[in-house]
Ligand binder design. Structure first.
Ligand SMILES: [Cu+2]
Length: 170
C-alpha cells in the first residue's frame, strides 16, 4: 500500500467517528422536532379592520421530559410577529410583549384569547376567514417548527379591545 492510500485511510479513520456523531445528532434533533413538541388547534383571527394587527393562537404539547421555550415567530404573511400576554388588571384588559413562553415538560401550553398569543403586525394582506397562513415558530430546544394556521372569524368582542391597544402602532 502506498503512502497516499495510507494517508487517506488515516484521514478517513479520523473523520468517520465525527461524521457518525454528527449524523446521530442530526437524527436526534430531527426526532426531537417531530415528536417532542406538537402544535394543535391553531387559528388566527380574521381581520375586521384593514391595516390592523391580528392575533394567532394554538396549543403546544410538550411530550418530552425537558422544558422548552417559544422564542419567536415569523411568517411571510406578516412583517413582524411579537409574543404577547393579555391579563386583566383592575378590570382593564391589558397586554404586554414578552420575550419567551416557557413550555413545561409533559404538558400542554395554550396560547388563547385572554392569555399568551402571537401578534401579527403589518399583514401583507388582510387575514380572510377560510384562508391559511404559514407561521414558523422558533423554539429554544426543538428549533423551528412550521405550522399552517387557518384564519377564522371570531365573535369574541375582546378583539376590539385588542385593536384599541394597538392604536399607537402604524
Ligand atoms: Cu397582542
Amino acid at each position: 500500500m502506498n503512502s497516499y492510500y495510507q494517508f487517506v485511510l488515516k484521514i478517513f479513520s479520523w473523520t468517520l467517528p465525527a461524521v457518525v456523531f454528527l449524523l446521530a445528532n442530526l437524527f436526534y434533533i430531527t426526532n426531537l422536532e417531530a415528536k417532542d413538541i406538537e402544535i394543535s388547534d391553531a387559528w388566527a383571527r380574521a381581520s375586521i379592520i384593514k391595516d390592523r394587527p391580528t392575533s394567532a393562537y394554538f396549543t403546544i404539547t410538550n411530550n418530552s421530559s425537558h422544558e422548552d421555550f417559544l422564542l419567536s415567530a415569523n411568517s411571510f404573511s406578516a412583517k413582524k410577529i411579537e409574543i404577547h400576554k393579555s391579563k386583566v388588571e383592575n378590570g382593564i384588559a391589558r397586554m404586554m410583549r414578552v420575550d419567551t413562553v416557557r413550555i413545561p415538560p409533559n404538558k400542554k401550553t395554550k396560547l388563547r384569547p385572554g392569555g399568551y398569543h402571537l401578534m401579527l403586525f403589518e399583514l401583507v394582506k388582510p387575514a380572510k376567514a377560510g384562508e391559511h397562513m404559514r407561521i414558523n415558530l422558533v423554539f429554544k430546544v426543538t428549533g423551528e417548527k412550521s405550522v399552517m394556521v387557518p384564519v377564522k372569524k371570531s365573535a369574541n368582542m375582546s378583539h376590539h379591545n385588542h385593536n384599541k391597544m394597538h392604536h399607537h402602532t402604524k
